[in-house]
Design a protein around this ligand. Sequence first.
Ligand code: COA
Ligand code: NAP
Length: 270
Amino acid sequence: MDIQFDFSGRTAVVFGGTTGINLAVAEAFAARGARVAVASRKQANVDAAVKQLGAHGGPVRGFVADVRDMESVAAVFDGVRSQWGAVDVLVSGAAGNFLAEAHDLSSNGFKVVVDIDLNGTFHVMRAGLEHLAPGASVINVTAPQAWIPVRYQAHVCAAKAGVDQLTRVLALEWGGRGIRVNAIAPGPIAGTEGLSRLSPGDDPNGDRSVKSVPLGRFGTREEVADLAMFLSSSAACYISGAVIPCDGGGSMESVRAIEEAGRFLASAGR
Ligand code: COA
Ligand code: NAP
């Protein structure tokens, strides 16, 4: 990369930061000197992430927390604050996804994704505000489904659209405190849980999904992490309320590959 970021002395907290894209985001900050805390539901994921992040030599903390539970989210901030002080970078990236036509979704199936993605993001924002340092960068992880209607993704489209609007409203309300609130919308990112859930039956190189990307390839977790670092750097100090795709241009059209994957599932009787 031809840009050098330095987050020495800063504190970053990443919800859902124990695997996949969010772990890469946490690692990018850890590798550039930040104190980093990650939180998710599963102790094994938390332990593995803390070990991986700790290899960069800086202070790392891991918390078991479910973003659906406001109290467990608040406990993460209390734990971070008591040791490290105020939070400079806050990332809300926990999410759930599966392919299902709306008529096959139970009330709870729709609710579980809205609870994790949208209500969870609200909990992270609401509990986090009092712990944010002046000038803090807040980043919500959304998806192109927020603005592109996609079959088999009613629950995710609804939840992520809510995340986008929440991002914009908080940018309005928190701007006066010097806090910037933005969102990152990854496209298909190689080697992730999200991509594997949305591309069942794809060939090993993901040929079908790749065809929907103008740049002709999947993204990498590190490319999403680069955007998170940019948004949290002084280079982005006048950017707030933005929802920025990191998707090789794929979300300008439609997420056709996901729809094809849904048809594949339906034809396979799943
Ligand atoms: N199709 C239709 N409904 C589904 C489903 C599917 N593939 N998978 C789960 N559901 C429904 C369940 O049937 C249940 O509804 P019910 O109580 O009416 O039966 C509801 O969703 C909740 O499922 P449950 O397994 O109890 O939820 P959970 O809290 O244990 O897990 C999920 C949450 C379902 C989102 C799970 O996939 C998860 O933990 N995901 C995190 C990882 C992830 O999705 N990563 C990709 C991010 S892009
Ligand atoms: P992932 O590896 O499954 O990451 C999701 C993380 O959230 C995990 O660490 C998971 O850990 C945690 N999590 C899930 N439910 C939680 C809950 N209730 N409370 C707290 N933590 C919870 O998936 P990913 O593919 O990297 O996706 C990361 C983000 O990018 C998501 O916001 C997703 O919507 C977005 N995105 C991904 C893609 C893609 O191509 N992968 C595309 C567009 C957008 P535990 O299981 O331990 O809780």
